[in-house]
Design a protein around this ligand. Structure first.
Ligand SMILES: [Zn+2]
Length: 647
């Protein structure tokens, strides 16, 4: 097990608040300096002065969301939420600052080529216009209030989910854990009163829904999981939708979906809808066949069964894998101890991109379980990563990459963080992962590489993941592909006790079995995407979010709705991604196309370096469409995705 001796952060909430406020004041100074710039300044000088605001905010803007979601000290989390609001208020006021806009618009670009200066200024003007700077004063005041209100509503929505976990009490002791793996049973001991407690968080939810032999308990547990943040978030969601719509219309858009997609690859809500419908159509046949197979499996237990419920899907998928593919998910776990997987992920990244990772034991961390690594190239530290990978109470419940410091040419090196909830190695427990968690590790590391490989940009405003949001899941889903390769898996997946590498025959079965269910999974993803879009593409006044959800389930999904469940209340993406849940699938289409360039030679350094140079290394220098064409040598298309889906 990795044991860093690195020190812990000692900064208090008050100190952090003071630091954050000082940085926002400094950024206000940068705004003043930019406005005071003489008109004789060149476009290049003006761009540098404009970018100073982003350079200043970069000193703290990454830590704010990270601490609000993952800092173990509640005072620090609260402070981070205050700063989140203050920072957003500053950014909103700036986006509506007419004087600032006019000064940017006055920059003479006539002598500029197609370089970063022009890109930065044009993007800035576009953001100003889209943000409502052209509106009259009364409207700008209204927009400002709505934006600030939205920040608070979003925080409330997230907080309710973060704090909305529930305890599920199994009253009949170990009999309630029938089918669960031994380490799960060991981690959930029978309490003095004879009961066992499991939580609704993902680390318990995923294995329980897959392996529990008790249909009655899975049903009750699933019901409890669908009650997270209920009823609080039903009201908060309504407010979130209504305020978003009001803001979008104030900005001159028909609805929020059109506003939020206007500067994305999709361009408008209608294109997003057409995309979702296209994917649903492409995956329909496969999803239908899979559902029939799962139902046939259920009929073996219940001859009268006519339908398959959501709480049964994970369990029956496991059963089909065992009966049709002779594969048991439990059999691979001994080869997937957390530390081995981490080493495997890093070693793939190192081999592909020619970098190395070195444990850093001097940099301060926010929690003792956080590991810090430096990324080196040609002996030089080019980036730093923080891995906060194991569950804690009050910590972010999913897996995500958090920006910490965005790198820039001549500026700081990039620093990024992964916040996940993977099994933690402990005395006598190697922290065995599910294969699904391994692919998640690769996924999040793909985001991290995207972030850490940018930073060659001259401007802060074009560095980092400064690309269209519907492109951001390309690098993550692309990197997942490496987890599926038998040779790569064998290179790190060795048995925690014997050290023997994972048998090739087991990997072959794993691949065949894990491919199973992708029709239904695609279908489920498109249900989420359509639900999110359908909430945001209309005037939500009078909308019943529950009714809409049930209606869409009927249209799209193969499982009937269960009464008195409200998945939308804990559907965290409804804030943040808002209408853009389709992003994952949109990006998957592109990432499948990208992966076709690696076919036959996964460790091809030349292709990997081209990908790094043309895609991840470019930050927001060009549109995502151009990134795609530069790497592929043509426009991206659906071919690779279609053959994957229906293979
Ligand atoms: Zn992702």
């Amino acid at each position: 097990m990795q044991q860093t001796k690195a020190p812990l952060l000692t900064q208090t909430g008050e100190e952090f608040l003071a630091e954050g406020h000082a940085i926002i004041r400094e950024a206000k100074g940068d705004v003043g300096n930019f406005k005071a710039l003489p008109l004789s300044a060149t476009a290049s000088e003006a761009a540098d002065a404009l970018d100073a605001v982003a350079r200043t905010l970069n000193k703290v803007s990454g830590r704010i969301p990270l601490y609000s979601q993952a800092h173990p000290n509640p005072g620090m989390r609260e402070t981070a939420e205050i700063l989140e609001r203050d920072l957003a208020a500053f950014v909103t006021a700036l986006s509506l600052d007419r004087e600032m806009y006019e000064r940017v618009a006055a920059i003479d670009l006539s002598e500029e080529g197609e370089g970063q200066v022009k890109r930065l200024i044009e993007r800035s003007l576009q953001d100003f216009r889209r943000g409502g700077v052209d509106q009259d004063e009364a409207m700008r005041a209204k927009i400002k209030n709505l934006k600030n209100e939205l920040v608070e509503i979003g925080q409330e929505f997230d907080r309710n989910i973060r704090n909305g976990g529930k305890d599920f009490i199994l009253v009949d002791g170990e009999a309630g854990l029938e089918g669960l793996p031994a380490d799960f049973v060991a981690a959930h001991p029978v309490r003095a009163d004879g009961t066992i407690c499991i939580s609704t968080d993902a680390q318990d939810r995923v294995p329980f829904m897959m392996f529990s032999e008790r249909s009655d308990l899975r049903k009750a547990y699933n019901h409890l999981c669908s009650q997270r943040a209920v009823p609080e978030n039903l009201g908060v969601l309504q407010k979130l939708l209504e305020t978003s719509h009001e803001l979008a219309t104030a900005l001159g858009f028909a609805n929020w979906a059109d506003y939020i997609t206007a500067d994305k690859m999709a361009k408008n809500g209608k294109n997003a809808r057409t995309f979702i419908e296209r994917i649903l159509e492409l995956g329909k046949e496969r999803a239908c066949a899979e559902n029939a197979e799962l139902l046939a499996e259920k009929v073996k237990d219940l001859p009268q069964a006519k339908e398959l419920y959501e709480y049964e899907r994970g369990y029956y998928i496991e059963r089909v894998k065992r009966s049709h593919y002779d594969f048991d998910s439990q059999l691979v776990r001994p080869y997937l101890a957390y530390d081995k997987v981490r080493e495997g992920v890093m070693s793939v990244a190192a081999r592909l991109f020619g970098v190395t990772f070195q444990l850093n034991e001097t940099v301060e961390r926010w929690h003792a379980s956080v590991d810090v690594f430096d990324m080196l190239e040609d002996g030089e530290v080019i980036a730093r990563l923080f891995l906060d990978m194991h569950p804690r109470d009050d910590k972010y419940k999913h897996a995500a990459m958090f920006d910490l410091v965005t790198g820039r040419d001549g500026g700081p090196i990039p620093e990024g963080t992964l916040v996940c909830n993977f099994p933690e190695p402990k005395e006598g427990d190697p922290g065995l992962m599910l294969f699904d968690q391994v692919t998640t590790y690769f996924h999040e590391f793909g985001h991290l590489l995207h972030y850490l490989f940018s930073g060659k940009q001259r401007f802060q405003g074009l560095a980092g993941i400064a690309t269209e949001w519907d492109f951001v899941e390309v690098p993550s889903q692309l990197f997942e592909e490496w987890a599926w390769d038998p040779a790569i898996l064998a290179s790190f997946a060795t048995h925690f006790a014997t050290g023997e590498p994972i048998p090739a025959a087991l990997v072959t079965k794993l691949r065949a079995a894990e491919e199973y269910g992708k029709g239904l999974q695609t279908n489920g993803q498109m249900f989420y995407a359509m639900l999110a879009l359908s909430y945001y593409e209309i005037d939500p006044k009078g909308l019943d979010t529950t009714e809409r959800m049930i209606e869409l389930k009927k249209q799209i999904m193969f499982s009937p709705h269960e009464e008195d469940t409200f998945m939308q209340a804990s559907f965290g993406h409804l804030h943040g991604y808002s209408a853009m849940y389709y992003t994952y699938m949109w990006s998957l289409v592109i990432s499948k196309d990208f992966f076709s360039k690696f076919r036959g030679d996964l460790m091809n350094r030349e292709t990997a370096i081209a990908y790094r140079n043309e895609v991840t290394g470019r930050g927001g220098e060009v549109d995502a469409d151009v990134l795609c064409s530069n790497f592929l040598g043509r426009k991206y298309n659906f071919e690779a995705f279609e053959s994957w889906l229906n293979a």
